[in-house]
Design a protein around this ligand. Sequence first.
Ligand SMILES: [Ca+2]
Ligand SMILES: [Ca+2]
Ligand SMILES: [Ca+2]
Ligand SMILES: [Ca+2]
Length: 354
Amino acid sequence: MISVLLHRLGSANLLLFLIFVMLDVHARPANMSALKEKSPDSKEENEILPPDHLNGVKMEMDGHLNKDFHQEVFLGKEMEEFDEDSEPRKNRHKLIEIFTKVDINRDKSVSAKEMQRWIMEKTEEHFQQAVKENKLSFRAVDPDGDGHVTWDEYRIKFLASKGFNEKEIAEKVKNNEDLKIDEETQEVLENLKDRWFQADNPPADQLLNEEEFLSFLHPEHSRGMLKFMVKEIVRDLDQDGDKKLTLSEFISLPVGTVENQRAQDVDDDWVNERKKEFQEVIDANHDGIVTMEELEEYMDPMNEYSALNEAKQMIAVADENQNHNLELEEILKYSEYFTGSKLMDYARNVHEEF
Ligand SMILES: [Ca+2]
Ligand SMILES: [Ca+2]
Ligand SMILES: [Ca+2]
Ligand SMILES: [Ca+2]
């Protein structure tokens, strides 16, 4: 009897342990990596919804830093090809191929200028990808194909994607009846509505055409929407209401739940990283305050000055011989930073590859 009890207790502890391990995984600061894992299955049902995560943009919509940014601007649309379980040999070859493309003047070394040009090119690639996907999404919200979508049409599609009965909702909208939706969904809907009207270019007719719908889904490539996005982020982080951010406001964003020392360390790293980004990059004139203009420059994916800074930062991470350029050996060694996947045998006969 006792042994059975002990046995039960043992498996109960094991279960607790497993739960704990699972919780620990989720103790990471929100948005730091969870997004990527979520997106593949949620993508289809939410294709008409603006994504939380924008490729090639330094900050997420909720104000967290985009931790995959370097990989996104280095790999462009080839991102999926470097997934973790693809063969190291193949990754190595692909990385060498990329290196030779970045190295425009073929001196076997990548300069900051070369990297800047590459980053701009890859950012454009993400944008073209977004344009392509937008065509499909627009078709989904504009089934009658007249080239315009009303807010009501979109609202119905959105609620249908949330599991509401499309016919019933459409009927209620038509008759101006109460939709009886929960508070949380209502809040999302309000935010979407603000964004919808923002994407509606003057003269405002409350209809979005394909181009306007693109800025609704992808605000990062439209000046007006970029301002809107920055306003939203500042609104969420600004505590004293002066529409500017101090360092303490910027790092006060809630991080993951701290449950143990390891999570605490992760959170410390998170704060340090945010601090560094605030002081060295976002606060461009280094006066300790981030204005909306500074944040807008920072968020703009097509900003050449940021791309050059980014290029220098990326080079500095891997520049072991300190010549302010990247050689193939360096990029192979820091493969994980550039591509997200490690190469075990990075040093193997580098020179034979040429
Ligand atoms: Ca070169
Ligand atoms: Ca403030
Ligand atoms: Ca400043
Ligand atoms: Ca170097």
